[in-house]
Design a protein around this ligand. Structure first.
Ligand code: VG1
Ligand code: CO
Length: 562
């Protein structure tokens, strides 16, 4: 086969966001749009690309197959030597990360827009992961973006027959310009399931789920929300751990439009699961994942909600019951900046290093590679460890079940015990989705103005009879302790004297308009059983007042509260 060079012109909107390039499917369908971006990923890799192997796959959303075929042809023409692709293009994001590491390859291309809806009218995405298995750091994403602004041509092999190529397991060899090019289609779940079996004690987990002579079955309900985790859930929970395919799992067939739902595991978009647990009190535990399988939501009996920030802290406090950590030890902990600081208290008590990084999983990778970080999380339903370099939804559920099995306690009991010991970091996040971009930018500019004027510090705010004095206000910036790279403007923080926090940032994962996120946190040592929305009401009011959110967005209420 012979490759050809195709003339093209740049698009000006190919800047990767928090986690890759995410746009409406129709945008990716434009002539040369996907081709340009893929060629720019390859160009950014420079001389390392020649002769390399890459992992390719994603959550199977609409447009995945044509995108993979495009990647195959462009890779073949750019002297990549091999692509390892999940059957039918299916890999969860954690599975891609695991495969990059297991096969020690140059990197991977993940086709997903994560928790964003899929289907022809919705979103598609392309993300590049580097050789440690983690999302590309800013510096690589920036160089991809720079290349997209001046691309003039891409290379492809149009005669390479891709029809049904990714449907069937096996290896196909091609000769392109006199060089070998291999496409290997592998089972989507095998490596990942094997990894989970190494990390966790499947015998104990099976006994928990099936029950024993002395213990009734622990009844779970796992919701894949029609996303990619369905195939992994059937394999791990049903086949390996003996859960019932009818009663313990739901929505486990991945659909290319996720059944027209928003595959985002939170109280708003996974309301079905919440309702199921509230209606049926025989369930002890519920969990849901997002489209690409890196997020998780944990619920207890009667849909008792575990905030992701608390989930991280509880796991940090109980890691020793998981074989992987028994073997490898527990190094430090980390959280993204807006994540509530519950885990910080565990780190302090256990004498572990604690890191606070900007939003996005890419900032954890260096710390893990340096052996300083074992467990980390984000308030956005992301939890994970150094077994891979992505957050991992299924891992989080297996970790929770391990803790439950070990402590012989339910979810709510575990949380209450934790709060009693450490106090409680109350947390909520208000999302204002798809606002007018102009208003959202003005809101942030206005906050920045308050920062430069320096009028916030020392000022007291009162709402509902509670007063808070501002101790510090800034725009978060981070210096990576390993490579000294700097990330600036990562969110506006207003820190109060009693440790309460208000944080504002714009989302970097949306595909239209602007999403404003307001993160609200306070800490209580004794009063740990109040409803979070009640406890945080005064701070929410103050947060809206300082930012003048209603004025800038014309919104009375957030679209999502988590
Ligand atoms: C959101 C979350 C962030 C997460 C990112 C990717 O980003 O806030 O914590 O890392 O999504 O998650 P943003 O910029 O919209 O706030 V996923 O599951 O999309 O890979
Ligand atoms: Co995701």
């Amino acid at each position: 086969l012979q490759s050809i060079v195709v003339e093209t012109t740049p698009f000006d909107d190919q800047k990767p966001g928090t986690s890759g390039l995410r746009k409406k499917v129709k945008v990716f369908m434009q002539k040369n749009y996907t081709e340009n971006f893929v060629q720019c990923i390859f160009d950014a890799l420079g001389c390392k690309l020649k002769g390399s192997t890459l992992i390719v796959g994603g959550d199977g959303r609409y447009f995945s197959k044509p995108a993979i075929n495009t990647i195959i042809r462009i890779a073949s023409a750019n002297e990549v030597s091999k692509l390892i692709i999940g059957q039918l293009g299916i890999f969860s994001t954690p599975a891609v990360s695991a495969l990059i590491r297991q096969h020690k390859v140059l990197g991977g291309i993940v086709l997903t827009a994560s928790h964003n809806p899929g289907g022809i009218r919705n979103d598609f995405g392309i993300k590049y992961n580097i050789e440690n298995g983690g999302p590309a750091p800013d510096q690589i994403s920036n160089s991809i973006y720079e290349l997209t602004k001046k691309i003039t041509q891409y290379k492809t092999t149009p005669t390479l027959e891709t029809d049904r190529l990714i449907d069937i397991l096996g290896t196909s060899k091609f000769n392109v310009n006199g060089r070998d090019f291999t496409v290997e289609i592998i089972d989507s779940t095998k490596n990942y399931v094997a990894l989970m079996k190494e990390i966790f004690d499947f015998h104990k987990l099976r006994a928990l789920i099936r029950g024993t002579d002395s213990r009734p079955p622990f009844s779970i309900l796992i919701d894949s929300m029609n996303g990619v985790t369905g195939v992994y859930v059937r394999n791990i929970f049903v086949e390996e751990l003996g859960a019932s395919p009818d009663n313990n799992v739901r929505r486990v067939v991945p659909l290319d439009n996720f059944g027209e739902i928003h595959p985002d595991p939170n109280l708003t978009y996974a309301k079905d699961l919440v309702d199921a647990l509230q209606e049926n009190a025989s369930y002890d535990f519920g969990a849901a994942f997002d489209g690409d399988g890196d997020r998780n939501m944990i619920l207890g009996k009667n849909a008792f909600f575990v905030t992701p920030s608390d989930s991280l802290a509880v796991l940090a406090n109980n890691l020793e019951c998981i074989p992987y950590f028994k073997k490898n030890g527990v190094h430090g902990f980390a959280r993204s900046m807006p994540t509530a600081a519950a885990v910080d208290r565990v780190a302090a008590k256990l004498g572990k290093e604690m890191f606070e990084v900007p939003t996005g999983w890419k900032y954890f990778g260096n710390l893990m590679d340096a052996g300083r970080l074992s467990l980390c999380g984000e308030e956005s339903f992301g939890t994970g460890s150094d077994h891979i370099r992505e957050k991992d939804g299924i891992w989080a559920v297996l970790a929770w079940l391990s803790v439950i099995e070990h402590k012989k306690m339910g979810v709510e009991e575990i949380l209450k015990e934790h709060w009693k010991l450490y106090g409680r970091n109350y947390f909520t996040r208000y999302d204002y989705e798809e606002c007018e971009t102009e208003g959202a930018n003005l809101l942030i500019e206005n906050l920045e103005k308050l920062l430069t004027e320096g009028t916030l510090v020392g000022k007291s705010y009162t709402a509902q009879g509670k007063s808070y004095k501002v101790a510090k206000a800034d725009n978060f910036s981070y210096v990576d302790p390993i490579d000294n790279s700097v990330a600036q403007n990562q969110g506006i923080r207003i820190l109060f004297e009693d440790g309460s926090r208000l944080i504002y940032r714009l989302s970097g994962t949306g595909s239209s308009g602007a999403t404003i996120r307001v993160y609200i946190e306070c800490y209580e040592k004794e009063d740990v059983l109040t409803d979070a929305q009640v406890m945080l009401k005064p701070l929410v009011e103050i947060g809206l007042e300082i930012s003048q959110l209603k004025k800038f967005t014309q919104r009375e209420e957030p679209t999502v509260i988590t």
